[in-house]
Write a protein that binds this ligand. Structure first.
Ligand code: ASP
Length: 585
């Protein structure tokens, strides 16, 4: 027998019992005639005590145990003399009677402790060792609970968990596809799903009116901390529903998850129109844990000979509470911050509303105290507050101001903790894509216009709003979806608006268009990023820490060393050829 108990469960009540434990040696300490070993498994740590006066041979053996050796012991639970109240097992230790080394271990490349000395790269290479550490184990437990509670909630509401294929053809989520060559069909390829979008819609047509799947999706796009080439979605679809039904159902899911995992009661989710989100926050996923909404000063700033504002399409200000005391140096730092290429602003105007009621600004030459007070009045600026102003082209300025607003939120500690959820609704249906010089579906091409704009789809598609919605918490988009088109004529109008010819639409989505002719019910759905929900619930940024075996920023798995070349025979079988570029030769 390897164990009667885990390393996390013995306490003072077990004193006197003889137990068997197995696990990894976290560390060994010698104190006079005593040798102490911390034995670890995923449930916790138990202290083992070897007394050389009582059993010298065993004690000597214990001193030879290296870090991460796998051992099994038998012994008696005894009360410790120096107790550690912080550990659940801290009041006891095991007086060892028998020790078996089950396996030796090389010295690990970093310490397997909460605060490790290993850098990111080395921990990714030895991910199986990193996963032994408690913070990652906690993340994996949380993820497990998240999927479990998602299933519980959706099951209780009649959703069916159904699988859809991974070897499919392109799905239009706007990223590049990962493709898989087909040996049996030379020269042809499958695409890995960017999402199960078309399949879940087909399931609605098949009559499974509530579907869900916790499913891997694949997107070949540039990576960031919150993106991975393969990631997990909670993918859902419902038939015979309107938008309200969907929002209410999934607001329910979010509330359930936060309650079960964090014991947090989320408030009602306010609904914010996309245009208002952009206008007030410059972002379609605003962090609403704090205000600092945009104030449009454009009109107020005109006619005073300040050339930059005079020529600007828009002038936007935000008020940072209590920051009038910022020094010249701090203000210069902010100016440098907005001038970085990632933000892209040309400059920053500041206005200090001093405690004594006076106003000081970087544009005092052009604007009177009254002028500046009128700016501040728009957001009720109080003595002690600082206003930061940027100008330029509308969309660019909104963008830059969004970054500055978040930065100020960080500096003022307004983004630490708490949860502020909302729904962003009524996105534009189409978005102009500079690169290809054509319109793209902002969500995807199966998204329905809002009912009021249905008639405009054929005549004025670029001014149509979509019946699409995103769930946003703390500035992170946790999920998004839409009411779908279920009518073949409207779907064709949509493809027209996207510049697809009839043939192109038929070739890519003929199966779906055909299915629409066999009784498609009204339907809609949503998909959540599971990895992101896990990160946001835990108040963390990187989704990588919630994925057992993630890829690095170049999309590589450095542990198994993938992607990697394949051999000639495999290439031949697949009728593929690797064409070397000149550089490689
Ligand atoms: N398939 C969409 C996505 O992956 C979600 C949806 O519309 O349900 O973003």
């Amino acid at each position: 027998m390897y164990r009667t108990h885990t390393c996390g469960e013995l306490n003072i009540k077990n004193v006197g019992q003889t137990v068997t434990l197995s696990g990894w040696v976290q560390r060994t300490r010698k104190l006079g005639g005593m040798t102490f070993v911390d034995l670890r498994d995923r449930y916790g740590i138990t202290q083992l005590a070897f007394n050389s006066d009582e059993n010298e041979a065993l004690s000597t053996e214990a001193t030879k145990l290296g870090r991460e050796f796998v051992i099994s012991i038998e012994g008696e639970v005894i009360e410790r003399s120096s107790k550690n109240k912080k550990m659940p097992t801290g009041e006891i230790e095991i007086k060892i009677e028998k020790l078996t080394v089950l396996n030796q271990a090389k010295v690990p490349p970093f310490t397997i402790e909460d605060d490790t000395d290993g850098g990111e790269e080395i921990r990714m290479k030895y991910r199986y060792l990193d996963l032994r550490r408690n913070p990652l184990q906690e993340n994996m437990r949380l993820r497990h609970k998240l999927t479990l509670e998602t299933r519980n909630f959706l099951d209780s509401r009649e959703f069916l968990d159904m699988e859809t294929p991974y070897l499919i053809k392109s799905t239009p989520e706007g990223a590049r596809d990962f493709v898989v060559p087909s040996r049996m069909n030379p020269g042809e390829f499958y695409a890995l799903p960017q999402s199960p979008q078309t399949f879940k819609q087909l399931l609605m047509i098949s009559g499974y009116d509530r579907y869900f799947q916790i499913v891997r999706c694949f997107r070949d796009e540039d990576l960031r901390a919150d993106r991975q080439p393969e990631f997990t979605q909670i993918d859902c679809e419902m038939a015979f529903v309107d938008r309200e039904d969907i929002l209410n159902t999934f607001e329910g899911l979010a509330k359930h998850l936060f309650k079960k995992l964090k014991n947090v009661e989320l408030p009602e989710f306010p609904r914010m129109k996309y245009v208002d989100a952009i206008k007030n926050y410059g972002s379609d996923k605003p962090d609403t844990r704090f205000g600092m909404e945009f104030q449009y000063l454009t009109e107020l700033t005109k006619g005073k000979d300040f050339k930059i504002f005079e020529e600007a399409e828009t002038v936007i200000g935000i008020v940072a509470k209590g920051c009038a005391s910022y020094s010249r140096k701090e203000l210069d730092k902010l100016i440098d911050f907005v001038k970085r290429p990632q933000v892209g602003a040309l400059g920053l105007v500041w206005v200090k509303f001093n405690e004594d009621g006076s106003v000081k600004s970087s544009v005092d030459k052009f604007y009177s105290q009254e002028d500046l007070k009128a700016w501040g009045a728009l957001d009720n600026a109080q003595p002690g507050d600082l206003m930061l102003v940027m100008s330029g082209e509308l969309a660019k300025t909104q963008n830059a101001m969004n970054v500055l607003r978040l930065e100020m939120g960080d500096r003022l500690g307004l983004r630490d903790g708490g949860f502020s959820p909302l729904w962003v609704v009524d996105f534009p249906l189409l978005e102009w894509d500079e690169e290809s010089g054509r319109y793209h579906a902002m969500h995807h091409p199966f998204t329905s216009p809002i009912p009021a704009d249905m008639d405009k789809l054929a005549t004025d598609p670029k001014n149509v709003f979509a019946d699409a919605y995103d769930m946003v918490i703390n500035g992170v988009e946790l999920g998004g979806g839409s009411i779908r088109i279920h009518d073949k004529t409207i779907q064709s109008q949509m493809f027209d608006a996207l510049g697809f010819t009839k043939e192109e639409a038929e070739a890519q989505f003929g199966f779906l268009l055909n299915a629409f002719e066999y009784g498609a019910p009204p339907h809609g759905g949503i998909a959540f990023g599971l990895d992101r929900i896990a990160a946001v619930i835990s108040g963390q940024e990187s989704i990588r820490d919630f994925i057992a075996f993630p890829k690095n920023n170049s999309g590589r798995d450095v542990m198994i060393d993938s992607p990697s070349p394949i051999d000639e025979t495999q290439l031949d079988e697949l009728t593929l050829q690797v064409v070397k570029t000149e550089q490689e030769d």
